[in-house]
Design a binder for this molecule. Structure first.
Ligand code: CTP
Length: 133
């Protein structure tokens, strides 16, 4: 049973580890599509702190991750799911409902997002910008 997930995974944090662990436990192989630097700039309006090569290397070193690849385009999601023969697509519930269209090729599962942590909030803390302004 192959599970696939997608994300930027910049400045790896506890929320990332938790979703990877839970996604891996839903099958016996976890494939991670890592947003390219270009896609990330388009999607989130900023360059990731770590380059796509660095993010791939970090994810490869995690025991829950069996395979990584670069996600170049959001429009290719269906192709990536089919190419990697994924049985399940797992995403955090900040994406709830957004990937239901892929239910015809795999089971789409949204897992609860870990509260109080994100790459954005880490960047804000490092920059010294008060979060609640
Ligand atoms: N995720 C999670 N819990 C968090 C943060 C992220 O479960 N606290 C999940 C997301 O739902 C997604 C995956 O981790 O399925 C990758 O998310 P990503 O966008 O890379 O991480 P964020 O920390 O949300 O990044 P940003 O602040 O830049 O949006």
């Amino acid at each position: 049973m192959t599970v696939i997930t997608f994300g930027t995974f910049d400045i790896l944090h506890y929320g990332h580890i938790r979703i990877l662990k839970r996604a891996r436990e839903m099958g016996d192989r976890l494939v991670v599509g890592v947003s390219s630097d270009t896609l990330n700039e388009r999607k989130k309006g900023r360059k990731p702190v770590y380059s796509q090569e660095e993010r791939l290397a970090i994810l490869t070193a995690i025991r829950y991750v069996d395979e990584v690849f670069v996600e170049e385009s959001l429009e290719l999601k269906r192709d990536y799911i089919l190419q990697h023969k994924a049985d399940k697509l797992v995403m955090g519930n900040d994406w709830a409902g957004k990937f239901d269209e892929f239910n015809d090729v795999c089971e789409v599962i949204y897992l609860e997002r870990t509260p109080s942590i994100s790459t954005t909030s880490i960047i804000e803390v490092v920059k010294g910008i008060p979060e609640n302004l």
